[in-house]
Design a binder for this molecule. Sequence first.
Ligand code: CAA
Length: 386
Amino acid sequence: MDFGFSEEQLMIQDVARRIAQEKIAPTAAHFDQTGEFPSENIRILGENGLMGIEVPAEYGGAGMDPISYVLAMIEIAEADCAHSTIVSVNNSLFCNGILKFGREDQKQKYVRAIAEGTAVGAFALTEPQSGSDATAMRCRAVKQADGSFVITGKKSWITSGPVADYIVLFAMSEPDKGAKGITAFMIDTRKPGFHRGKTEPKMGIRASATCEIEFADYLAPAEDVLGKEGEGFKVAMSVLDAGRIGIASQAVGLGKAAYKAALSYVQERKSFGQPIGSFQMIQAKIADMKCRLDAAEILTLRAAWAKQESEKTGGRFSTEAAVAKLTASEAAMFITHAALQIHGGMGYSKEMPIERYFRDAKITEIYEGTSEIQRLVIARNETGLR
Ligand code: CAA
């Protein structure tokens, strides 16, 4: 593993940092309060290649590597976690899946608009009764004589659902085959039979809109199948491996924001006649925060490196992605919790961003596979047992 970043990698990190600091950080509290979708910021991120960081230039993206994606995501998440959720879904769950499993015409049709920031993508796997147990989905895709599919059912917790133009959907096409009966589809939300349901009133990442969606006899022609029929579960799992690197990066960025705030607060804030950072109980917190943050960042870069290697070898990077996501999300939770405690009453006040960091951190332990699912993936891969 080489830790020396290339000029191109540092350049995209710089672009992300500039937009994050100039456009996202100053508006983050507003979008958190109102829950509005930050369309203008998303457009700017898209214009600068940040909605399709790993998307080749021929499909409208920045044509960079997985390390660049991590570096850019950390910058965006440090400014605001909710923005980085939207960026992550567009990059890893939407573009990445189509690039890996889509046909040339699908790449041209769906990836370009998302990578350029003129459209928004979403990923629909979860249902009201099926989260971690993804193969228990009830959404049905019934094949017709002409090869098309009629899709019926509900999906829930769809990130960017209220504004998405296109969605990668997973539906059961042959229910008696379990995981091997799931097919992935490209959905155009302007077509008849697609409906948006209630928007989730969330604890954190409030600017990233989330809702239920429903399909009522939505007609998907055969050409809208993504990958092969019956191989949708593999598409979902493989795409989630990449997605988990995005969430790990997000957790690192958020952890950095909370850590930096805590570090400057313990140097300035005085108690009992000295800066609180000189007290051993605070010092222990700072040391623990620093260790977890650095471990999370290095493991996330390792996962990105493993993804890059897998692109050459065709192997999987599921363990590295799960290790990174688990470590980084638990680090973000620990660090934001400690930062809030260090800030005392000020941390609890909405006048500072610390309470937002704390609320935002929790989701990183839940979506794209809970911490329990990451442990399951790691242990199954390590032991070979189920
Ligand atoms: N890559 C490719 N294929 C994979 C794979 C991977 N990473 N993981 C599993 N598969 C394949 C297996 O090889 C197997 O195929 P074969 O039978 O041909 O060998 C098939 O998929 C079934 O695998 P499992 O038997 O392991 O499946 P399982 O039912 O035991 O489930 C699980 C495994 C890990 C629990 C999985 O269901 C899982 O990851 N659940 C969590 C779901 C999740 O992360 N949801 C997040 C929702 S999306 C979201 O949050 C997005 C957002 O909006 C932000």
